[in-house]
Design a protein around this ligand. Structure first.
Ligand SMILES: NC(=O)C1=CN([C@@H]2O[C@H](COP(=O)(O)OP(=O)(O)OC[C@H]3O[C@@H](n4cnc5c(N)ncnc54)[C@H](O)[C@@H]3O)[C@@H](O)[C@H]2O)[C@@H](O)CC1
Ligand SMILES: [K+]
Length: 515
């Protein structure tokens, strides 16, 4: 699914109105109507008090439409307007009047803290204060209102986005954002929903299609893309019936050191399980028996050094090389990696200590083969690109880095983001089961195994991250979050492929007994 920026959404709004001969007011009616339908389906007329807090822009206008529809359908609603300025939007004003015409009274105007109403924790709060039009951090009594609503503990439904957050800009004041329980976003999720500093304000969201111009949506280059099952499906390349192991590529895994041979085992197994036709693993001598017994399917080459990598020699052309898991950062290993970078013609998936070796000796950076893939977690990324001011600064720096060295960067987070040139792909598979030792080693093996099978570096990264996440989810369904270890993620790689094409089962109709 495409993610658009606030500016693109405003543009889409304009294009839709022009091309489809509908007004912004119609669009607002549609948007408010969709929120109403969502609530009505769940509440079925229940008389739970609903408090709608509207701003004075079009987000507030959506809140007014919702309020009017709820009142017309007999719900127990109070509408408040946070009247922080007189510059109300046109569509807001029209709907403001409509509320008056129906209820015969104006919504309650709030102009200071003294106007904050009492809210019971079992009530419902609708947050329609700010949407994509936020242009500065909320302050004064409006900030206090946001904090008051957050303290309240009542279920909070945000319209379009939690108020106080920007759609695609860094957060200015984390104490001035609605922590929503559920967000109903129009047409597209917002990029901030997926970033570490802001995702906590949006624990659950759904996207409502308000019918913005399909051509605009289809042809416009998005701000970012969300990868879930339908997108991942399209990336899959079917296997040829007449293929043989050579067709599926030869992966070289360069990994392990004394005490960390498990990392080499995990990456090796993962690249085999994801479908690499042949895997050779290059390790320090100490790991020979471990590798040969743990993964009989792999071939093993050993370094002259007993405990760490010192010189990586092989006499074949792998389609992809995975480097880093468990290798340490000793001087001889850094040098060995440098020579490997110089020699390799294939893309390299660089993870863990492979990245730390680069941080040790920055001259390695310009030797990284083009189209290589770097898979840092937060600490590793910081050692590579330095610190960042906020999530958006981080993305900007990673884009610059990816462009400069012509590589793909996989920023490992709750929502892992794959960065290539100016493109951003946000992964949505996965859960907390993946936060376990060796999980990254498995991902490295998966991505390398996909490159070996002919996926280009970007597709291998995007699909690999998706399948890795999906395998973790499937494992956790049987083992719980805590019970999943990295080997289990590997065991569920086959299921992650099968799951990719599994049709969702329609809920079974209850059978009525017939005599
Ligand atoms: N495609 C679209 O763009 C659609 C947009 N709709 C709604 O319209 C919203 C965007 O509406 P607007 O652009 O009017 O913007 P908002 O309703 O988000 O509010 C912006 C208003 O608040 C003011 N403001 C911004 N930051 C402030 C701050 N910190 N303190 C005080 N005042 C501040 C602005 O000057 C402006 O008047 C969307 O989020 C969505 O809810 C829907 O009605 C349907 C269609
Ligand atoms: K909102």
């Amino acid at each position: 699914m495409k993610i658009f920026s606030a500016a693109q959404l405003h543009e889409a709004d304009k294009v839709t109105a022009e091309k489809h001969n509908i007004t912004s007011l119609d669009l607002m009616e549609r948007a408010g109507g969709q929120i109403f339908a969502w609530l009505h389906q769940r509440m079925q007329g229940a008389q739970v008090p609903i408090h709608i807090f509207c701003g004075i822009g079009n987000n507030g206008g959506d809140g007014l439409v919702l309020g009017r529809l709820l009142i017309e359908n007999g719900y127990n609603v109070t509408i408040y307007v946070a009247n922080f300025t007189d510059k109300r939007s046109k569509c807001f004003l029209v709907n403001y009047d409509k509320v008056k015409n129906i209820t015969k009274k104006w919504p309650i105007l709030m102009t200071s803290e003294a106007d904050f109403p009492e809210i019971h924790k079992d009530d419902i709060i609708i947050d329609a204060i700010f949407g994509i039009g936020l242009n500065r951090a909320p302050e004064g009594w409006v900030k206090k209102l946001i904090q008051y609503l957050n303290k309240n503990k009542a279920f909070t439904l945000s319209i379009d986005m939690p108020s106080g957050m920007y759609a695609n800009q860094a957060l200015e004041d984390a104490d001035a954002v609605i922590t929503s329980n559920h967000t109903l976003a129009f047409q597209t999720p917002k990029f901030s929903f997926f970033l570490p500093e802001t995702a906590r304000f949006v624990p659950f969201f759904e996207v409502l299609d308000i019918g913005l111009d399909p051509e605009y949506i289809y042809t416009t280059e998005p701000y970012a893309q969300v990868i879930s099952k339908p997108e991942a499906q399209q990336l899959y390349k079917p296997r040829d019936r007449f293929s043989y192991k050579g067709t599926h590529g030869h992966t070289l895994v360069v990994a392990g050191s004394y005490g960390k041979m498990g990392a080499a085992v995990l990456s090796t197994k993962a690249s085999l399980k994801i479908g690499s036709g042949i895997v050779t693993t290059f390790i320090p001598k100490v790991g020979y028996t471990i590798l040969q017994t743990s993964v009989p399917e792999a071939m093993v080459l050993t370094d002259d050094n007993e405990n760490v990598l010192s010189s990586i020699n092989y006499n074949f052309n792998p389609q992809c090389i995975a480097v880093g898991p468990g290798i340490g950062t000793s001087e001889q290993t850094v040098n060995a990696i440098k020579e490997l970078f110089k020699r390799s013609k294939s893309p390299i998936v660089i993870d863990a200590d492979g990245l730390n070796c680069i941080a040790e000796d920055k001259s390695l950076l310009k030797l990284i083969p083009k189209q290589s893939i770097l898979t840092p977690h937060k600490g590793e990324l910081e050692r590579l690109i330095g610190t960042w001011k906020n999530d958006y600064d981080k993305i900007k720096k990673v884009k610059a880095f990816a462009k400069k060295y012509e590589v793909v960067v996989v920023i490992k987070e709750t929502f892992t983001i794959v960065v290539f040139e100016d493109k951003l792909y946000i992964n949505t598979s996965g859960n907390q089961a993946l936060a376990t030792a060796g999980s990254g080693d498995v991902l490295t093996g998966i991505i390398a195994g996909l490159v070996s099978q002919g996926y280009d570096s970007l597709l291998a990264s995007v699909l690999g991250v998706y399948l890795h996440g999906s395998a973790g989810v499937l494992a956790s369904k049987q083992m719980g979050y805590e019970g999943v270890i990295a080997s289990d993620i590997i065991d569920f790689i086959p299921d992650s492929y099968i799951e990719l094409f599994k049709q969702e089962q329609a809920p079974q109709q209850e059978k009525t007994e017939t005599k």
